[in-house]
Design a binder for this molecule. Sequence first.
Ligand code: AMP
Length: 129
Amino acid sequence: MSNIFSKIISGEIPCHKVAEDDLHLAFLDINPVAYGHTLVIPKMGIDYIFDMSDESLTNLMLFSKKVAKALKKVVDCKKIGVSVIGLEVPHAHVHLIPINAIQDMTFGKSIGISQADLTALANKIATNF
Ligand code: AMP
């Protein structure tokens, strides 16, 4: 099914890429709830994360772990929070969010960040991946 994330995978629309392998892509959320808010997606087209096979879900989480480690090196925070929602975009994805307090995981807000700052941040995380 075509959606905004499948178009990012195919290169039809751009993203602030932080990491990629054969099966996954990680890029910055365009409306971050916290500085460094990153999305990790499988390249296969599947909507609901818990419809993924055990192997694919394990691979997604292991790739997310590698991205989280790179993210934590770049963004000053206590931990990288993990969340799965999927109500807006029907393509499985994991939210990785640098957190210092529980409020940093609150959705429905955006910190507001320029495209230039997103590009610079993505490059920094990519370098540490
Ligand atoms: P949800 O499907 O509810 O987990 O939310 C989808 C997330 O994708 C939201 O946090 C959006 O800000 C984010 N998002 C939507 N379009 C893009 C895009 N083109 N690039 C990066 N992030 C996006």
